[in-house]
Design a binder for this molecule. Sequence first.
Ligand code: GLN
Ligand code: ZN
Length: 764
Amino acid sequence: MVKSSVLGYPRIGANREWKKTLEAFWSGKLIESEFHSQLQEIRLNHLRKQREKGIDFIAVNDFSYYDHMLDTAAMFGIIPKRFSYQGGAVPLSVYYGMARGTKDSAACEMTKWFNTNYHYIVPELDGVSPALTENKPLSAYREAKEKLGIEGKPVIVGPLTFLKLSKGYSVSETDSWLDRLLPLYVEILRELEREGVQWVQIDEPILVTKLSEADVQRLKLIYGTFAASAPNLNIMLQTYFESAERYSDIVGLPVKGIGLDFVHGFSGNMSSIKELGFPADKVLGVGVIDGRGIWKAPLREKLALLQSLAKLVPVERLVVQSSCSLLHVPVTVQHETTLKSELKEALAFADEKLEELVLLTKALAKDGGGIISELEQYDRAGQALNLSADRNREDVQHAVAAISTQHPERNSPFSERHKAQQEKWRLPIFPTTTIGSFPQTAEVRRARQLWRKGEWSDERYTSFIREQIDLWIKLQEEIGLDVLVHGEFERTDMVEFFGEKLAGFAFTQNGWVQSYGSRCVKPPIIFGDVAFKGPMTVEETKYAQSQTERPVKGMLTGPITIMNWSFVRDDIDREHIAYQLAYALRQEVEAMEQAGIHMIQVDEPAVREGLPLKEEEQSKYLKWAVKAFRAATCTVQDTTQIHTHMCYCEFHDMIDSIEEMDADVISIETSRSHGELIHSFELNTYSKGIGLGVYDIHSPRVPQVEEMTSMIERALRVLDPKLFWINPDCGLKTRGFDETVSSLRNMVEATKIVRAKYVQHSLN
Ligand code: GLN
Ligand code: ZN
């Protein structure tokens, strides 16, 4: 009989009760025993819900007190020395110390989980001796069985993925680390087998990335060992986020089931199966329901896909699955009350996806019999949205068609623009500026709340924002910055702000997803054609400019960042969504220029996040991402200076694309990477204006003048002084007032010192 399966369920709860419980515990408002029991209640509720909906294979051990990679590290006793862990069960103080840092020890690094917006804690292997501290999957299995009578499917991060995502060892030590970890995994699996567990899901998303021959050997060793050690345990080797690499090797491993992603890895996995077949002795986990998107699945089409697979694999050996854990989507659409019905009807979050899985499984089992009309009925909502006016704006589609066939270009090449701009602006050498936002103090946030609640009139709020702008324009002048900003006080979030002013966007009340730890984000939904409705940022910027003689730089969020930080429609491709955004933003850029704002920064901090996992896809993506940026910024005059900003440092592999964006000035983070980036400029030249962040804005520390002068001097050894700008790493909105002012004063001071030396030097 065909079965349904879920790879993992969101932890946060329909009302973010998980987040609230964690934060209450951290702030000392909950005692530990109470904390454990509240989390257990949340966990059991999630299991109950999945059972009620009728899911056959319910994941256990997908729940976490923070993050599943951190859990795995803690389970193996992989705890950095600085947390003075003594062995045995890992106390919560150590566990959360690793996640969030302690008074004395820095937190472990956090990084993005593949190409999602979820961040995991990076295990640090150096100097530790791994030992099993607790069999977590077993405890989770027992709990589900004892409390609810649910025969759960324990989930574990597989050894290859775990190792590859860890740090603190060299490549040549990989195998010796594997040798140390394998016995621990074996112990876990043996205990599960002894307990009578039927299926265990071992997550190896690393299998969708490039695998070396050595990795394939490692896989054979790992899964061969597992099969020999726990022969009665059924292992579902689970991949997701893309199609599996080295398909033949993977399906040849001695496991009972292989789980593949048929949403994000559809074409690759499909052609592998068609060309190379699927082993007769294995179960195929078919990830047909998108664990990352928020739209209802076209069930009729999904059924057809399953039926075509059933021609290659006997239907009783298919499992109908979510493409990945549902961790990446919000919990339920049910409580949304403000969305247009056309849109709401077309959405499916985690709970609605459970229903889809069950419906599809039923339909497949009956070979469609009797259920087809139910599926057709289900699919109407998606079709209705596709036909809606929101998705069929001819004006937008016309303009976007033009962009996709053009090569958007400024009127003149950079060298000419640069000359014209220098003449126009007459800035000192090493101009100083900031990245856009100034501290969002409690006062600013409170004002916005009062205004949103209707307690403050528009006039009152506007004049409050103007006062903030006034204050900071004066301060910036007094500090001695050369290019000023208005401070972004009117914005909560750099994407939401624009989404609220553009057509094609919608906002949920409760569509939260976990970003890292207890931090959740509520991404906007791009559901229709994106269109410019009217100027979005001109008023505040113009006002700021009217208060000073110095240039004020306008601030926009770029098309790729808006797209990557939103949930997007899936009836057209991302490339075209990016062009729609670009076209809308171009109108804002033009409106700014007309209003006399002739320095405009278009932030693109999220370009790298959208990089596909498969190398072959990366250059395609970068090409259209660059094109979208250019389309948004290319229509201005030569003298109008386009800036951009990116806040990460690992972009040595995309420097060419950044150059291609053709911005007149780029500012990027450097200080946290301790100048690694500077090194990459020794290898690659950069020929346009560039500002390397000279201090880390993520810390409240006020940087000293000498630190910054040495950072600047180091950069000047590899970059052209005539093109060099001086700025902090990123926006300052999370910083306090006093530290910001002091830091900027020191930055200007450092600039003066370097300028003086430079002038001296050029005179000699
Ligand atoms: N202009 C934005 C700010 O200063 C940029 C933020 C970002 O790069 N994430 O806040
Ligand atoms: Zn930034």
